[in-house]
Design a protein around this ligand. Structure first.
Ligand code: PMP
Length: 415
């Protein structure tokens, strides 16, 4: 088990005069493979199936700008001022009906902490729970941004197996016991139960209470990261783990995928002791979340039909998922993949013997980008998979991207 991702080489600055001065924790920080790809993949001639950028082309920016201008005229001095470290009370109230859609009906505004994106929430929870060498159990493959946070706190990330129904309860229990036998402190289970990034799978409804029961019995905190839960293609939502257990679950959700990531506004719900520490950690990290961003979000929520927008996203992303699925059937029938029920990602297994990471420069030359599966593991696995995002490109571009990818794979198989 390693904590640093061996797949992502650190950026080495030659003759860095501070080379000997960095903290140990900086040694385990690595550029994410996705960030490294970003510049190349955003060239217009490249079909990017790499990034997880939501499609914002259908946002009502003209109408929104009028409401935002009014908000600034009337409340500019609040919007441009420092605010509460726990977050704007109005927004903490506004997130309650959103969470109710996934069965969380008992949360109060005081249980909520607003964060600078869920990325910051992951940093805060790790900061308050984990010392170097502690263990976080996580699904493998794992959200690359979470791996980055866990590594930066020098935590040991231990993989727990998933299948088509998500995290396997028995594997979770065994992993806790094995780590405890080895004398390790298991601090939490990190899970993305809905429309997983990158695996695309969803934890079955039947498994959810079983996982909660194990966590309670073994006293392991569950960190439930749920940015995609409202983006199910059949209109269905799944009961949040937090809806069944308010004491053992820290819940994270975000406006990044249902409104816009540029706002950097997300929220957490935690039991009282943890919530108090999260507020202190938020304060020491950033003083307070941006009032301007939070009030932009509340303006949007208060004046626009956000539920209708989510419905629209669901059908748009479903169409793109279908375009991905049919293009894969047409051009890459010998590969295997899942057909996700929601979210942004298809997890593609490539033919035996090929290496998704090694192949990537050839794919870029062929003007298609993806993320190698290696980005989502901390132990060198994943070269036999790639993550294909269908959220941003149009169905036609998705089809063209898969056609180009099939050309690259065919050439690899020929050599
Ligand atoms: N968790 C998961 C599973 C994600 O996919 C992402 C974004 N890609 C995040 C957290 C971070 O989201 P945010 O923009 O809210 O920081």
């Amino acid at each position: 088990m390693t904590t640093a991702n061996p797949n992502t080489a650190p950026t080495v600055i030659s003759n860095d005069p501070w080379f000997d001065s960095y903290a140990h924790r900086a040694e385990s920080m690595r550029a994410s493979e996705i960030r490294a790809l970003f510049a190349v993949a955003s060239r217009p001639e490249v079909v990017s199936l790499a990034g997880g950028m939501p499609y914002l082309g259908r946002m009502p920016f003209a109408e929104l700008s009028e409401q935002l201008a009014r908000m600034l005229r009337e409340q500019g001095e609040v919007a441009w001022q420092y605010g509460s470290a726990q977050g704007d009370p109005h927004l903490r109230e506004d997130v309650l009906p959103i969470m109710a859609l996934e069965g969380i009906t008992d949360a109060q505004p005081d249980d909520v902490v607003i964060t600078n994106g869920s990325q910051s929430g992951l940093d805060l929870i790790t900061r308050i729970m984990c010392d170097p060498g502690d263990v976080i159990l996580a699904e493998a493959p794992n959200y690359v941004g979470a791996l980055g946070v866990f590594q930066s706190f020098q935590v040991d990330v231990v993989n727990v197996t998933m299948d088509a129904d998500g995290l396997i309860p028995e594997a979770f229990e065994e992993a806790v016991q094995a780590q405890r036998r080895a004398g390790k402190h298991v601090k939490m289970l990190y899970t993305v139960p809905n429309f997983h990034n990158p695996a695309g799978v969803t934890m079955s409804v039947e498994r959810r209470p079983r996982i909660l029961e194990i966590a309670r019995r073994l006293h392991v905190l569950i960190v439930e990261d749920n940015p995609y839960g409202l983006l199910g293609f059949d209109g269905r939502t799944y009961p949040a783990l937090r809806s069944m257990d308010a004491q053992n679950v820290v819940y994270l959700s975000s406006f990044s995928k249902i409104i816009a990531p540029g706002m950097r506004v997300a929220w957490m719900v935690a039991p009282p002791g943890i919530r108090q520490k999260l507020v202190l950690a938020n304060e020491s990290a950033i003083l307070c979340p941006s009032n301007m961003s939070q009030m932009t979000v509340t303006t949007y929520l208060d004046h626009f039909d956000w539920q209708a927008r989510i419905e629209d996203y669901r059908s748009m992303y479903r169409e793109r998922r279908d375009a991905m699925d049919s293009a894969l059937h047409e051009y890459l029938p010998t590969c295997s993949w899942n057909k996700p029920k929601g979210g942004f990602y298809t997890w593609l297994k490539i033919p035996k013997g090929l290496d998704a990471k090694a192949m990537l420069p050839r794919a870029i030359t062929a003007k298609v980008a993806y993320v190698s599966g290696t980005a989502f593991y901390n132990d060198g696995q994943g070269a036999d998979h790639m993550r294909l995002s269908f959220c941003y490109p149009t169905p036609e571009r998705i089809r063209e991207g898969v056609r180009r990818l099939a050309g690259v794979i065919d050439r690899e198989l020929d050599t």
